[in-house]
Design a protein around this ligand. Structure first.
Ligand SMILES: [Zn+2]
Ligand SMILES: [Zn+2]
Length: 241
């Protein structure tokens, strides 16, 4: 008979076989590292401490394999809180996931509209497109792009006006003061909250986009994309500073 606990690499999961019923932890491996993604203990096994047994066996296996650990799974995260002897397995910085994600507030010019973002932006940089220039009446727009579900309106929802010239960008502003707040990019499922409005947030730009339309050169050494990087659906082509 096979060991009750084993690493099923074909299915990318650690399995614990309890009388023919399998509880498991799914993972992604890369050389020297592992991310624990999700734990499932069938309800038939509930109330027998199987989850803890599986958690312990999984973390022992990670230790035996000498892999640096990242945890996406809430179950394992909670298990590790109760069993801190496994914390040394965590990859550098991975334990930061344990801390509540930071959130930042942005408000319009008059303060009637308030938006909150949580976590970290997916991209942060500067946009030089003609639309951003025309809408903001400024040469460059400092953007921070967040996943739609990490952005929420905390005040003045009814005060928000929306204008879209294209299907890509729904630009949102305060109807009272005209201050710009954010741009929804539904196709990318990302929302650009204007970096300068976010209080306490440190804008850490990593790129310039739509540099082909620039009216201002910025010699900061960051990559200058002609349009957009390929991850955002662009050509990925770069231009000189
Ligand atoms: Zn306002
Ligand atoms: Zn733009």
């Amino acid at each position: 008979m096979a060991e009750p606990f084993h690493d099923n690499e074909a299915q990318e999961r650690f399995e614990l076989d309890v009388d023919g019923v399998i509880a498991f932890v799914t993972y992604r491996k890369s050389p020297g590292a592992i991310t624990l993604v999700h734990t499932e203990v069938p309800s038939a096994l509930g109330g027998r401490g199987i989850g803890s047994k599986l958690g312990r066996a999984t973390l022992e296996a990670v230790r035996a394999q000498g892999r640096k650990l990242t945890v996406e799974c809430d179950f394992i995260r909670n298990f590790m809180k109760k069993n801190p002897e496994y914390n040394d397995l965590l990859a550098e910085g991975a334990d930061a996931q344990d801390e509540p994600a930071a959130s930042y507030k942005a408000s319009c010019f008059c303060g009637a509209v308030e938006v909150e973002v949580t976590g970290k932006p997916v991209f942060a940089g500067f946009c030089h497109c003609a639309d951003c220039q025309a809408w903001s009446a400024a040469p460059v727009n400092a953007f921070s792009l967040w996943k739609s579900d990490s952005v929420r309106v905390t005040k003045g929802d009814g005060e928000i006006g929306t204008f879209n010239k294209t299907e890509h960008s729904y630009r949102k502003f305060c109807k009272t003061c005209g201050g710009h707040v954010m741009t929804d990019h539904p196709r990318m499922r990302l929302v650009d909250v204007y970096a300068n409005l976010l209080k306490g947030y440190e804008h850490t730009p990593t790129l310039h986009v739509n540099y082909e339309s620039k009216t201002l050169s910025v010699k900061d050494g960051l990559p200058k994309y002609r349009d957009l990087p390929s991850e955002l659906g662009g050509s990925g082509e770069k231009l000189p500073d």
